[in-house]
Design a protein around this ligand. Structure first.
Ligand SMILES: Nc1ncnc2c1ncn2[C@@H]1O[C@H](COP(=O)(O)OP(=O)(O)O)[C@@H](O)[C@H]1O
Ligand SMILES: CC(=O)OP(=O)(O)O
Ligand SMILES: [Mg+2]
Length: 404
């Protein structure tokens, strides 16, 4: 029986699953949330032994200033709450790596050279590749005899056509500096778009889908016949939608303007656009649960934040409709997409003429953690909520690589 441990280090969290690949299901899973935000919260779940038996849940609050501390908390949770990792033979540890550049078009076995390449790409994903690397280094130390596999966010978007991935900038930038659109969240977009085709009862090769992956980071992808043909994140995970702490699209002159008129360095502007912008800059909080609480109390900044957030979503839905020509489904996924009915409603407001509508009752009474269609019966374009499962997808790709 083979087991795979998957580490998914996001910008503010580590999600992990220990999967029994015979069953394709987790034997333990959890998340460390709010890493680097003071008090972190670790939730570790072990499903019940018998079918229908309740899951055991283990919760801990402690300061995890960075992803290294986060990984230590995860390994401690296995020791305290089980299953004991010393008693399990791992076939692989699968790692989510956000930026793979143009070099990594699929999963690879991690060695020193691959580690170095991930480090070299860190300037292009400053919130992520260092976190991914911390996970890889920690896991190589903790499990020195287990193959470590890297699965890249960028890989699924290697199918973008030149018209979509090329920026209209000078040739040396594109050739020497590899400046182009790479796209991210690919593992999630791939998994969720395949699920959407299955729900429609269609072959993915004949299915066109717009996926909105709305987590702390957020991206939209247009998928044509199972292949990514346009996506909102670019050279780095900063472009596109409004995110928790990231601005998404701004005028590219912003750096030069703030250098001239605000005396700021390029690095200062970049850090602010990545870490102090987005919903956080407008509302004063980056967690949508908190932002809606503020909206309900009449906070004007929070109201503006959700208006800007949803306006940007509508713009991208319209644009990707034009890119695809025919849309078979619109899918919401990730933390905000799966849980925030007001964002989902706001994203399709006024798009009836495109065939996009939501049934308020279905949207608001959603059973968490399951695939759901939230458009009215007989709607022209089904609107769906599909929980992403980057961990399962990473485990499957890791084993595929080892069995090749
Ligand atoms: N019940 C909820 N309602 C609204 N938003 C939620 C809810 N639960 C989680 N979120 C949002 O999801 C975000 C985390 O999404 P997630 O996909 O886990 O992000 P990441 O992978 O980037 O860490 C939180 O910052 C919060 O804004
Ligand atoms: C690429 C990216 O933005 O990832 P996350 O949403 O996990 O921060
Ligand atoms: Mg994520």
């Amino acid at each position: 029986m083979s087991h795979v441990l998957v580490l998914n280090s996001g910008s503010s969290s580590i999600k992990y699953q220990l999967l029994d690949m015979g069953k394709g299901a987790p034997v333990a899973s959890g998340v460390v949330e709010r890493i680097g935000e003071g008090q972190s919260v670790l939730t570790h779940k072990v499903p019940g032994d018998a079918p229908g038996a309740p899951a055991r849940k283990h919760e801990r609050r402690e300061a995890c200033p960075d992803h290294e501390a986060g990984l230590k908390a995860v390994l401690d949770a296995f020791t305290t709450a089980g299953p004991d990792l010393d008693g399990i033979e791992l076939a692989a540890v699968g790692h989510r790596v956000v930026h793979g550049g143009a070099r990594f078009g699929g999963a690879v076995l991690v060695d020193d050279e691959v580690e170095h390449a991930i480090e070299e790409l860190a300037p292009l994903a400053p919130l992520h590749n260092p976190a991914n690397l911390a996970g890889i280094q920690g896991a190589r130390k903790a499990f020195p005899n287990v193959p470590q596999v890297a699965v890249f966010d960028t890989a699924f978007h290697q199918t973008l056509p030149p018209a979509a991935y090329t920026y209209a900038v000078p040739a040396p930038w594109r050739t020497e500096h590899k400046v182009r659109r790479y796209g991210f969240h690919g593992t999630s977009h791939a998994y969720v778009s395949r699920r959407a085709a299955a729900i429609l009862g269609q072959d993915p090769a004949d299915t066109n889908v717009i996926v909105l992956h709305l987590g702390n980071g957020a991206s939209a992808t247009a998928i044509e016949g199972g292949r990514s043909v346009e996506t909102s994140m670019g050279l780095t995970p900063l472009e596109g939608l409004v995110m928790g702490t990231r601005s998404g699209d701004v005028d590219p002159s912003l750096h030069a303007y703030l250098a001239r008129n605000g005396g700021m360095s390029a690095a200062e502007v970049d850090t602010a656009l990545n870490k102090q912008s987005g919903v956080l800059a407008l509302a004063g909080a980056n967690d949508m649960r908190e932002v809606w609480r503020m909206v309900d109390e009449g906070d004007e900044g929070a109201r503006l934040a959700v208006d800007v957030y949803c306006h940007r979503l509508r713009k991208y839905i319209g644009a990707y409709y034009a890119v695809l020509g025919r849309v078979d489904a619109l899918v919401f996924t990730a933390g905000v997409g799966e849980n925030d009915e007001r964002v989902r409603a706001g994203a399709v407001t006024g798009l009836d003429r495109l065939g996009l509508r939501i049934d308020p009752a279905k949207n608001e009474s959603l059973e968490r953690g399951t695939d759901q269609v939230i458009s009215p019966d007989g709607a022209e374009i089904p609107v769906m909520v599909i929980p992403t499962n980057e961990e399962l997808e990473i485990a499957v790709q890791s084993l595929d690589l080892l069995n090749r």
